[in-house]
Design a binder for this molecule. Sequence first.
Ligand code: UD1
Ligand code: CA
Length: 455
Amino acid sequence: MLNIVILAAGLGKRMQSSLPKVLHAVAGKSMLAHVIENARMLEPSRIVVVVGHGADAVKAAFAHEAGLDFVLQSPQQGTGHAVMQAVPVLDDDPQSVTLVLYGDVPLVQSNTLRNLLDACGGGVAILTEKLSDPTGYGRIVRNGSGQVQRIVEHKDATAEELTLNEVNTGILAAPTARLKHWLSQLRNDNAQGEYYLTDIIGMAVAEGISVGAAHPSASWETLGVNSRAQQAQLERLWQAEQARRLLDDGVTLADPGRFDLRGTLQCGRDVFIDVGCVFEGHVVLEDGVRVGPHCVIRHSHVGAGTFIDAFSHLDNARIGQSARIGPYARLRPGADIGDTAHVGNFVEIKNSQLGKGSKANHLAYIGDAHVGERVNIGAGTITCNYDGVNKFQTVIEDDVFIGSDTQLVAPVRVGKGATLGAGTTLTKDAPAGQLTLSRTRQQTVPGWQRPVKKS
Ligand code: UD1
Ligand code: CA
């Protein structure tokens, strides 16, 4: 049985924000959401989040998530005091272990946490690391044979202890029953007048209970966020890590330093991504997809061999194989683009299917439309799908040719193989296979003269 307690009651004053610190995002997701997601990978029987500052906002942000307990810590009297608030909801099984995480240390990976749990061996384990500048951290005091004796906080340390460079990351695991006992014995007679969770280490040693140590696989895993600068720094470190994982999987990134993933990106073989792209939500790029510079792609699926050219914006779109999108295309939710179709510059498509081989190459709006195969949509064509109150459908059957600057006033249907003349305002269905146009006849006024300026 595993309990996970996430400490998230702190103020986060240096963020200079009205949003609680743990709700600030790294890679598009709140820090606390990262911690909870990594915690869930360990399949704990309980996850308890200790909230304090901004408690209501933090709880509201996770209201839709099952399997979370929130306990309030008010006022905040230290990390030991914070864990005490979680005691009543911890799983009591005699074999139960409790793992303590920090809500503002978002990127600790589940394999590191598994190593920490393995290091318990029936006793306590702490996650530590050596830092060239240990200022501010609790130091790990070991005895002559290298065994952990206790943790001393920076503010309580002697000059000699301050030279120790192995620090406490704050993350630890302990047998739940012993932890409860130790917490009840904590005192706050220290430099900060706080109940230190770290004092349980000395108590364990005094009882002859083993204290193991594990270390993070990467140093960014244990970086905490106390300021916007640290948040920005962690964002870049995490983006670099995500980029590295994609490169390892065989994706080409024109510049791993100019790549942003705020979600999950699943790539086939030989995918190429140019500079400055942002991926959000869940995105799939199949084999051989090429994404040009500065595209934003959110919750979309792109078929094999498709080329998305520069500055395109895709949101909840689905694109078939060997299609060509952009530059400057905008695909809004429900855009479903067929194989080999072309969507060119300044074309916006919303809640519409564009069939196989169809083309809308320039300056068009297609909304709430079903467009068949091999259709050619001329520049400046728009579907007038909205009367200010309701939305209406446009149906354009296969092999239609639509001349430039056409308005299709929905609901309207264009029959198979029809041609619409340029400039048509279509208000009634156009029959299949024929030319339909609405246009006032062109005239020339003989002898007309330009006005001249009055003196
Ligand atoms: C703590 C550790 C220190 C370690 C450092 C790593 C203690 C006594 N010290 O120090 O050994 O090197 O973390 O960053 O544990 N929190 C609460 N309620 C509280 C106090 C804190 O929820 O009453 C939460 C904070 O929101 C934060 C975490 O606990 O997520 C750590 O608090 P922080 O004040 O940063 O700990 P430090 O004193 O820096
Ligand atoms: Ca801290």
